[in-house]
Design a protein around this ligand. Sequence first.
Ligand SMILES: Cc1ncc(COP(=O)(O)O)c(C=O)c1O
Length: 449
Amino acid sequence: MLTDSSTAAARAADRAHVFHSWSAQGHIDPMPVAGGSGSTFWDYEGNHYLDFSSQFVNLNIGHGHPRVVEAICRQARKLCTVAPHFANDQRSEAAWLIAQHAPGDLDKVFFTNGGTESNEHAVRMARLVTGRPKILTGYRSYHGSTHTAMHLTGDPRRWPSDTGTAGAVHFFGPYPYRSAFHAESEAQECERALEHLEQVITLEGPQTVAAVLLEPVVGTNGLLVPPAGYLRGVREICDRYGILLIADEVMTGFGRTGRWFAVDHWDVVPDLITFAKGVNSGYVPLGGVILSERVAARFHDTPYPGGLTYSGHPLACAAAVATMHAMRDEGIVEHAAWLGEHVIGPGLRKIGEAHPSVGDVRGLGVFWALELVRDRRTREMLVPFAATGAQAAPMAELAADCRRRGLWPFTHFNRLHVLPPCNVSAEDARRGLEIIDEALDVADRYAAE
Ligand SMILES: Cc1ncc(COP(=O)(O)O)c(C=O)c1O
């Protein structure tokens, strides 16, 4: 029964004992969610929201996909859990399917419980393979929230935990709209970003660098699609210095960019891929590392020094198997690419032309962002970098307006990201864009004509 009292009870129960991530506990009021189906979820008062954030950019297949739900139930009836040192059919099939979709010789899968753990383990593997300590990652990146993963992260979430003790070194990746290299074209940005990376490696000492770890398309920190040639260039630099390339596909993997993996857009084969989120839409927590032959071979005769009680959990793996089958049978990855090309991309560009607050539109598949500015000429951000409180008000008002109109948005700093499930219908995608178009009037009030 959907009633106001259910909402009040759910709110009170949450506030009583739940400690939430990333938050000052006394300043939050999490909305209780009563249910979800496909691209929509709803509260206890019957308000429905079109999910344009795919929860935490993990819900690639939408809420309550019947095949995935059924697979979890079937597995639960058969075997809810099994220790990682046993073999399990769902785990083996999930690994086989992931290897089928992974590029090049990436053929073995180490399962974890999420993206953070995947990066922790990929970095450990790279250090053991190369015997080198340092990991290079981009400013404007997110790689997770445990000790190493937090230090790898190149955004303000790292600052409170940064002890400088994890061997992470940061560099600038390409960002044509706000070029760190004063570039005037994508080609120039690409060339200069690669020169910069090579200089960082030279000055750090190549013999001290185990891996370059990057998001092939930077997610939360900007939806930064790299210029053509950038990832290939990074691959070549890594090869020149015996450095491993780790692609963090936690957000981009499993259809989000219109390909199974984002690196496929540029035919680049990393040494390691980390994944989580879309592998089973987060119905049951799952992540992992996909290892190339060379990395896997290092641990053929020498034990890999790491493990997790729930590595390859059968419920999570059953959900992954069903997700990948459904994605393939329903053409979900192709649909995401089509939406990006024919609905979301053109729709957002049209919206961008109509609103003075939109400085830049960029993305791929169902992975897009509007970068909002006060002045298109100067590109002054609508709210400052890492703004909070009153400084962030324009973005908070925009988000509230989207919610009031029935769309759940994803905002970060001065950007509105557009991240519906990969199988959102064209009709719902268009409806979401209409809502964004209307809500942007709120941002326009702060922008110069
Ligand atoms: C690119 C990237 N890497 C790693 C992570 C961490 O994943 P998790 O929150 O599952 O630990 C995230 C989470 O958003 C991410 O976007």
